[in-house]
Design a protein around this ligand. Structure first.
Ligand code: PEP
Length: 256
């Protein structure tokens, strides 16, 4: 099975609406017709930027998807400050990051929360990008594979195999995020392969073979080739290098 690569940029808490529109326009201006068949390209701006960014891509008719960086699992109600799945659907959001290590670490998101969000997104046909990854302490303790695979099992608990294929897992070692320290291709492949084996246990080999597993953590134009060349790495979740059109586009174009 050849999986179509996915390159997803997360802008985190960066870019006002004006700045977001400029960046989206810059990406759109550099759109290459070959992206359509060879790579799925997604940007995940802050909530308030989603609609303006979507409008740029729609106006220019370029197939770049938009994703949110978080969501709440209830549809509506007294949940001050939260954004629901129907709200994302109405904007035309096709993707949503869940369980990013910054949300787990800074905002107390648990594996159970991640599971509820994944279920709510899948039910609405928004593709979750589920982030998993170990701290340096876990890696140094030698239990990376157990830790990461337990996160994967928890995220997908109770989800039917026939609904899972469009979900994506992003392996993001915490020690590599925003640090400039990237996992080696061998380290990243070892964990992404274990993730795919875990997905096969959960959903069967055929579904696991279809699901995309990304690497994230200081991916940049200098290290992307060797990472995406690995058998179980199907693209990237990109933070810092997604904040400028030229570096993001270089990363996307590696998949052509
Ligand atoms: C991220 O935040 O998911 C990420 C991968 O960031 P960076 O590329 O900056 O390490």
């Amino acid at each position: 099975m050849t999986r179509k690569p996915l390159m997803a940029g997360t802008w985190k808490m960066n870019k006002t609406i004006g700045e977001a529109v400029v960046l989206a326009q810059d990406i759109s201006n550099n759109y290459d017709d070959r992206w359509k068949d060879n790579v799925d390209v997604v940007v995940c701006p802050p909530y308030v930027d989603l609609k303006p960014v979507k409008t740029v891509f729609e106006f220019d008719r370029v197939p770049v998807g938009i994703g949110a960086q978080n969501v709440y699992w209830e549809d509506a109600g007294a949940y001050t400050g939260e954004i629901s799945v129907p709200m994302l659907t109405e904007i035309g959001c096709e993707w949503c990051i869940v369980g990013h290590s910054e949300r787990r670490g800074l905002f107390g998101e648990t594996n159970e929360d991640v599971n509820k969000k994944v279920k709510a997104l899948i039910a609405a046909k928004i593709n979750p990008i589920v982030c998993v990854g170990e701290s340096l302490a876990v890696r140094d303790g030698g239990t990376t594979l157990e830790f990461v695979c337990a996160q994967v099992k928890a995220a997908f608990a109770g989800i039917d195999a026939n609904l899972a294929a469009n979900a994506v897992v992003a392996y993001e070692p915490i020690w590599a995020i925003g640090t400039g320290r990237t996992a080696t291709p061998e380290q990243a492949q070892e964990v992404c392969k274990a993730i795919r084996e875990t997905l096969a246990e959960l959903f069967g080999a055929a579904v696991a073979d279809e699901m995309r597993v990304l690497y994230g953590g200081s991916m940049n134009p200098g290290n992307v080739d060797l990472l995406v060349a690995e058998a179980d790495i199907d693209g990237g979740l990109i933070g810092g290098a997604a904040l400028k059109a030229d570096s993001f586009i270089q990363l996307v174009n590696v998949c052509l």
